[in-house]
Design a protein around this ligand. Structure first.
Ligand code: ADP
Length: 633
């Protein structure tokens, strides 16, 4: 039989694509191997399907495998499979189309961006078989269909405009063999070590053996494809190590197999310790995305929300095409559905982990900061809120953690709010005058040491029927419904009550002394140990929130608040005596100024301490003079 050999021109769009591929410089040429290996794997899948349907096959006993044969001297690389092969027509049809759907779009972009950016275009789109021309001077495909009567065909092209195709007289094994004459600068792809590394990186979980110089390279099985009940903890741990190079075993794993609404399997891990990379580079998170065991994208962000960014692992789906572009992935509805399902499952996993307080505390210490970013996930609000932990006034030190549910369980009969307060540290928070009434009444307050905490509680608003309320905005009347813990310290016999009229007059004088800096000066019901504090006028933001807003708007003027004075405090009592004696006393006015600025300082609003220090020195000077006089020194 005469071999029909003919030379044909590529279609215009393919010529255009080849033009770009052959004339560009790439940093990531190695992906060509991933493309060829996954084509081979697909061809083997199809063959296995024929086999299972009982069809007669050429070379029925040939093992289903992919052979990779480099030849350094000849500078060639051959990738051969025993898959379904192609007939002459299939060869013309298949190796003559750009696989992904947006080929026209692809060419338009390529033209727009110029050949120089082909690297990123190819990286984003994946161009299947043609990517081989990044490394090839010439490609020879020899293929034979699986049908016993099929005859072998050869296709040769150097990727410039045309290709030849001919029927072969000689016999050939079933499947497809792709022989690549490597470009001079691509000789490295004939090096077995390089090839081994590339195969491990991109094609490690291909379901058929990949043999390199007779040795199987893809030895790690795709664990996620195995039934859960067959897999012990050691194998999960081992796989995690393989995936992350982390020297410690993971804190927890999650193995999911889902059929609806999208088919996918996922294998997720919580690393024991954070990698550190998240906060250096908060965009560096995500799960590896596989389509039918072929790695499509590493750390793909669309698969999990950012607040679960501490998770490591992978997702494998049958429902996406292999050559899907990264751009299309971003808007892909299937990917969105996978994310929704994984989010719910991951939150459920964390809820299970939380049953073990000690392990959950480890998790919280290491990954809580990331998890806190989830306060805007309204769809999973309740599950999310249940996972939060806070230090609180019931703990002995800053290491203690409580959940909102535990707070609720400890709350007083009739208490309808969960109270919280912010500050830079436990020590600072405990000195906050606003907490005095809470301490006196034995009401728990959550401590927020991180800016995010207050955003979280503010945006959640409620938890299981309790309102989340900043301590400074609590109505003292609400708190006074609960009896004082320690009668002697709290409601005990008071010093003689101050003359109400004289006290009111003093408050007015204090307001006058402070002018527009305060909205009002009034008697406090919340202070027990401190002489004064500032409170937000009703309906205003909490002071911590207000502070962040100010930082963002670069506003440095102190906010106008209400100053409250503790009528039982000795200092305030002394001031009352001074004021009652002389309504225009300079020492009185300086002291009021001082109380105001001290409160500002405590709240973090005092930008310039100079005036305060000068005034303190003046007051001390006077006080020490009087002291020396009284003592007759
Ligand atoms: P894709 O794999 O995304 O379809 P390619 O350009 O890589 O795009 O391949 C085009 C087509 O060529 C494939 O869909 C397949 O039908 C055929 N093909 C490629 N490689 C092989 C192979 N090794 N064996 C059989 N058919 C193949």
């Amino acid at each position: 039989m005469a071999a029909k050999k003919s030379t044909r021109q590529f279609k215009a769009e393919i010529s255009q694509l080849l033009e770009i591929i052959t004339h560009s410089i790439y940093t990531n040429r190695e992906i060509f191997l991933r493309e060829l290996v996954s084509n081979a794997s697909d061809a083997l899948d199809k063959l296995r399907f024929m086999q299972s349907s009982g069809a007669a096959l050429a070379d029925p006993d040939a093992p289903l495998e992919i052979r990779i044969t480099p030849d350094k001297d000849a500078r060639t690389l051959t990738i051969a499979d025993t898959g379904i092969g192609m007939t002459r027509e299939e060869l013309v049809d298949n190796i003559g189309t750009i696989a992904h759907s947006g080929s026209a779009e692809f060419m338009r972009r390529a033209a727009e961006q110029g050949a120089g950016s082909a690297d990123s275009i190819i990286g984003r789109f994946g161009v299947g078989f043609y990517s081989v021309f990044m490394v090839a001077d010439e490609v020879r495909i020899t293929t034979r269909g699986a049908d016993p009567g099929a005859s072998p065909v050869r296709w040769i092209s150097s990727g410039t405009g045309s290709y030849t195709i001919e029927d072969l007289d000689a016999d050939a094994p079933r499947g497809t063999s792709i022989e690549i004459q490597l470009k001079q600068d691509a000789a490295d792809f004939a090096d077995p070590e390089t090839l081994r590394r590339i195969i491990r990186a991109h094609s490690n979980f291909i379901g058929f053996p990949i043999l390199l110089a007779g040795e199987r390279v893809n030895t790690t099985p795709a664990l996620w494809r195995e039934p859960k009940f067959q897999i012990g903890k050691e194998r999960y741990d081992e796989f995690y190590t393989f995936l992350t190079y982390d020297s410690k075993p993971p804190l927890e794993h999650l193995h999911v197999a889902v059929d609806a609404p999208v088919q996918f399997t996922g294998l997720l891990f919580i690393p024991d310790a954070p990698s550190g990379s998240f906060f250096e580079d908060p965009d560096n998170y995500g799960l590896d995305l596989y389509v039918r065991r072929v790695l499509i994208d590493r750390r793909h962000k669309e698969l999990i929300p950012q607040y679960l960014g501490f998770l490591r692992g992978l997702v494998d789906t049958e429902d996406l095409p292999l050559n899907i572009s990264r751009e299309t992935l971003q808007e892909n509805l299937l990917v969105g559905k996978i994310r929704q399902t994984l989010t719910k499952q991951a939150l459920a996993m964390l809820a299970r982990l939380a049953e073990d307080q000690e392990r959950y505390a480890t998790f919280w210490r290491h990954h809580g900061k990331v998890l806190k970013l989830g306060y805007s996930d309204y769809a999973n609000r309740d599950q999310y809120a249940a996972l939060l932990r806070f230090n609180s006034s019931t703990h002995d030190d800053a290491a203690g953690l409580t959940s909102l549910a535990d707070y609720k369980a400890r709350a007083k009969d009739g208490q309808t709010a969960i109270y919280y307060i912010s500050g830079p540290s436990r020590e600072a928070v405990r000195l906050n005058p606003h907490l005095e009434i809470f301490a006196q009444r034995g009401i728990e307050v959550l401590y927020c040491f991180e800016p995010a905490d207050e955003f979280i509680l503010d945006s959640l608003g409620t938890f299981d029927g309790m309102t989340l309320t900043p301590a400074e905005k609590a109505d003292p009347a609400d708190l006074e419904r609960f009896p004082a813990q320690d009668a002697a310290a709290g409601d005990g016999p008071e010093a003689e009550p101050a003359d109400p009229e004289a006290f009111e007059a003093m408050l007015r004088a204090a307001k006058q002394a402070l002018g527009e800096r305060v909205q009002d000066v009034r008697a406090s019901r919340r202070l027990k140990d401190s002489p004064a504090c500032l409170v937000s006028p009703d309906g205003a933001m909490s002071s911590q929130m207000e502070k962040y807003m100010r930082i963002m708007t670069k506003d440095t003027t102190p906010p106008v608040k209400v100053m409250e004075l503790n009528r039982d405090h000795p200092l305030v009592r002394n001031l009352l005596r001074i004021h009652s004696h002389d309504g225009d006393d300079a020492f009185f006015r300086a002291s009021v100024e001082q109380l105001y600025e001290s409160a500002l300082l405590l709240d973090g609003y005092l930008a310039d301490p100079h005036a305060l220090v000068a005034r303190v020195n003046r007051l001390l000077e006077q006080a020490s003079g009087w002291y020396a006089e009284i003592k007759r020194l």
